[in-house]
Design a protein around this ligand. Sequence first.
Ligand code: FES
Ligand code: FE2
Length: 341
Amino acid sequence: MSVYLKNRWYVAAWNHEITDQPLARTIMDEPVVLFRDRNGIPAALEDSCAHRYMALSEGRVINNHIQCPYHGLEFDRNGYCVLVPGQKNIPPGASVRCYPVVEKWRYIWIWPGDPKLADEDLIPDFHWNKDPNWVAVGDYFYVKGNYRLLIANLLDLSHVAYVHASTLGTDGVANFPVKVTRDDNQIHVERWIFDEPAPAMFRMVGDFKEDDKVDRWQLINYLEPTHFMIDVGCALAGTGAQEGERSQGVTMFSNHTLTPETENTTHYFWHHARNFRLEDDTLTEKLANATSTAFAEDVIIIETQQDRIKRLGSHKVTVDINADAGVLQARRLLDNLIESE
Ligand code: FES
Ligand SMILES: [Fe+2]
C-alpha cells in the first residue's frame, strides 16, 4: 500500500513564502519548485530540468519564466520549455511536470495526484486564516516524523495535560471522555471538561481569575487526509457553553494541516484564530508566542517517537487506550482511501 493519498489538495506553502525567488520543497518524495510569475500567479513544477536533471529551484525567474541555472533553458508556469539558448526549435517533449496550484486562505495549495481530478471546490475551508471577523497567527514547522504521528497527536488532545502543562493543559483533561462520530470523510472527536481551572493560555486571553472554574471544550473536526479544524475555548462554569451560550467565555480555532514531505518527514502548517480583541496587537503577539511554544512541544514528541520507531521497528508491540478512539477511526479511514486509490 502506498504511504500517501495523492488525489487531494495539500498545503505546499504559506502564500508569503512564494515569490519570484524559486522555492524548493519536496512533497511526497517528489522535488517541486514553487514560484510566482510576473503577474503574481503561483506555479509548481517538477524541480528537475528536462535537459539534464538540474534543479530549477537553483535558477531564477526571468522574462516570466523559470530559467535553469545549468544551460539556460526556460520553462513557463505550465512546465513547457519556451526557450533553448542558441537554437530556434524547442525539442519535442521538452517540458517538466506541472502541478495544479491554487492560492486560497493565505496558503498555496498543491494537488500531487492526477491533475484531471483537481477540483478547486475540494479545497478545505480554512477561512479563519483570512476572515475580517478573525485574527489568525500561524507558522510552519518542518517535522522529522511521519505525518500519521501528527494526525494521532491532533486527534487525541488528552496529551495537553502532559505535553502542554504550561500553556494548554490542566491536570483534569484526560479524566473527561471523548465522543467520536464520523460522517463521510470527517471524524469528530469532542471532549467537554467541566468545572476545572482555566489553562494558562485561556487565562491570558479571557478575563478568568486564577480560582475561576470553567467549562472547556475541545471539538476536533478532522477532514481526511490531513486537515484539522479544532474549536477550542472555555467559559465560566455552569453558564451554558455546551448548550451554545458562549458569551461568558472565549472561542478560538486551532487549525492544522499536514503535508508529507517523505515517509518520515512532514511539512506542518498551522494557524490559530480568535474572534475577540481583534485590534489588540499585543495579544496577537502573545498568542503567536504561546501557540508556537505549544506546537513546538508536539514536534519534540513526534520526532522522538519517529526516532524510536526507526530504532525499534516493527518488533515492538504497542497497545491502544480508550483515548485512541478517534485515532483508530482515522487510521482505518485513511488506509481504506489509500488502498482504493
Ligand atoms: S540541465 Fe537544465 S539547461 Fe541543461
Ligand atoms: Fe499538542
